[in-house]
Design a protein around this ligand. Structure first.
Ligand code: SF4
Length: 286
């Protein structure tokens, strides 16, 4: 892992729609094969492979709590704020300690059990949702896809957070049609999940080839379906699967938000009012 410390002026960055994001690191050692955030590599002029570098952001200026009062603050959209570097640097912990005094609406997205280290601070935050991505219960598939915490650890983490009064979101993303067993995941976790979110696999970056080659090799029976959806743009089966998920949730009184298509997540951000404690919807790249 190539690690570099960099100085930044402010941890906050404002999006076009008026929300704030905090990304304490650039890069992400979880190296998910389907990572939408890998564009950051080019954007930050890194020549290393996505997953092989992390820039640690150091900032001397305190977070301006006035600026984010009543606003939505999303931690983290293009990294995992609880990646392995956080164990040593405690940047996220430091940021959250500052946010304890704030009235902002915080959403943390992670795939790491390390978040439990900061339970003491999380419990003090006024408005908080924690989203954890889980798109399989199969550890082998997970290991093929990323280097983050095991599925067992993610589920244990969500359960512990819930038991400590923190609003939990299981973010089923990305959904691999034919592989992601949404019913089994929901049934296994619904007792400690406050809200489920859904997002389909979107293959639009350089990783499209990688994922399709993976499906061809490991799930050859599914390859024609993936070819239809992601090469020939014939998406009927995808839409049918989306509908089934919604129907299942409705019939079983599952609290959920459907953001099946990533571009729609962004467009719908201002329109959708969730059932969650916080008033905003996710913009995660997970
Ligand atoms: S999807 Fe999220 S956790 Fe995975 S590499 Fe990208 S930023 Fe990291």
């Amino acid at each position: 892992m190539i690690t570099k410390e960099i100085q930044v002026k402010d941890y906050l960055s404002k999006s076009k729609i008026g929300t704030y994001a905090i990304n304490p690191y650039i890069g992400c050692p979880h190296a998910c094969k389907y990572c939408y955030a890998c564009f950051m590599r080019r954007f930050t002029l890194h020549s290393e492979k996505w997953g092989d570098f992390v820039d640690v952001k150091l900032c001397q200026t305190p977070i301006n709590l006035e600026k984010i009062k009543g606003k939505e603050v999303f931690i983290s959209s293009v990294t995992d704020c609880y990646n392995s570097l956080e164990e040593r640097y405690k940047i996220t912990r430091n940021i959250l300690s500052q946010l304890v005094e704030s009235d902002c609406y915080i959403q943390i997205s992670t795939k790491s059990k390390l978040i439990l280290r900061d339970l003491d601070i999380l419990k003090k935050l006024k408005h908080l949702e924690v989203a954890m991505s889980v798109n399989t219960l199969d550890e082998n598939f997970k290991n093929d896809m990323d280097k983050a915490s095991s599925i067992a650890d993610r589920l244990k983490t969500l359960k512990t957070l819930h038991e400590n009064g923190i609003f939990t979101v299981l973010f089923m993303s990305p959904i691999f049609i034919g592989i992601t067993d949404y019913k089994k995941i929901i049934e296994e976790t619904k007792d400690y999940i406050d809200e489920f979110w859904f997002e389909d696999l979107n293959l639009r970056g350089g990783y499209k080839k990688v994922i399709l080659a993976y499906i061809k090799e490991k799930y050859p029976d599914l390859y024609p379906l993936y070819e239809d959806i992601y090469i020939k743009n014939k998406k009927e089966s995808l839409y049918a699967n989306d509908k089934e998920i919604v129907k299942f949730c409705q019939e079983n009184n599952i609290n959920f938000k459907a953001y099946f298509h990533h571009e729609e997540v962004m467009k719908s951000k201002e329109k959708v009012q969730g059932h969650g404690k916080n008033k905003f919807v996710q913009t995660s790249l997970f």
